[in-house]
Ligand binder design. Structure first.
Ligand code: DC
Length: 222
């Protein structure tokens, strides 16, 4: 079975989503947003009024919701028990709670295995671009192409603010700093750059530049 896996990791606002979709489109590959999976399970926990301060309660319920992912780079999405949650998972309630849910090892185990199934299914069709925090280190450690995107705190907050309504750069900067700390200091699969990843600082680059740079790297490695 042949197929290409491109692992795209980095903090929020580093430009992962747009770049990953662009690369998938250019190469005719599938696209998986693993952050949307952590957000979707968080949305479900909030709906169920699970106490998010209680890791054991989260762990116990983590097997219940059924997640279905669309891996079309032109129409990515997620449903939970058949409900389209693409709007609500981007809201402040889910964004504020997702780090707590994604730190629970049982949640990660379940979602990592689901991600690995989706990757395996994509291979006969050519492969997939997968974005997240632990793709190069945990989900797809054998991926031939691993990219770690970074950007300055200001650039990341500005990008995120432009995507949302009713927020400010300062608010986003504080929220991102909070999530970065939680995501990179948690015990289970923290945000980390794989030893064999290339680091790309997207601060001075346009989206097209970033896509071109990743495509150049794919050509080199794959
Ligand atoms: O990329 P994002 O902002 O949509 O991700 C939402 C949260 O999910 C992020 O704060 C950390 C978590 N996450 C994770 O722990 N592992 C991943 N592979 C992807 C996201």
């Amino acid at each position: 079975m042949s197929g290409l896996v491109v692992a795209m990791d980095g903090p929020s606002g580093s430009g992962k989503s747009s770049a990953s979709r662009g690369v998938a489109r250019a190469l005719g590959l599938r696209y998986l947003d693993t952050g949307a999976m952590y957000r979707a399970i968080t949305w479900w926990m909030l709906q169920q009024e699970v106490d998010l301060a209680d890791q054991r309660a989260i762990a116990e319920r983590s097997g219940e919701p059924s997640l279905v992912m669309s891996t079309d780079p032109d129409a990515p999405g997620v449903t939970v028990d058949g409900v389209d949650v693409n709007g609500p998972i981007r809201g402040p309630e889910v964004t504020g709670a997702v780090s707590a849910v994604s730190a629970v090892p049982e949640v990660r185990r379940r979602l990592v295995s689901l991600q690995q199934e989706i990757i395996a299914e994509s291979l006969p069709g050519g492969g997939i671009v997968v974005e997240g925090r632990d793709i190069g280190t945990v989900v797809a450690p054998d991926a031939p192409v691993k990219v770690y995107l970074t950007a300055s705190a200001d650039a990341r907050a500005q990008r995120r603010t432009a995507e949302l309504t009713g927020t400010t750069v300062e608010t986003q900067k504080a929220e991102m700093a909070r999530r970065d700390t939680l995501d990179s200091t948690r015990k289970a699969d923290p945000l980390a750059m794989a030893a064999d990843a290339i680091e790309l600082d997207t601060t001075p680059l346009t989206l097209d530049d970033v896509i071109a740079e990743v495509l150049r790297f794919v050509k080199e490695r794959a």
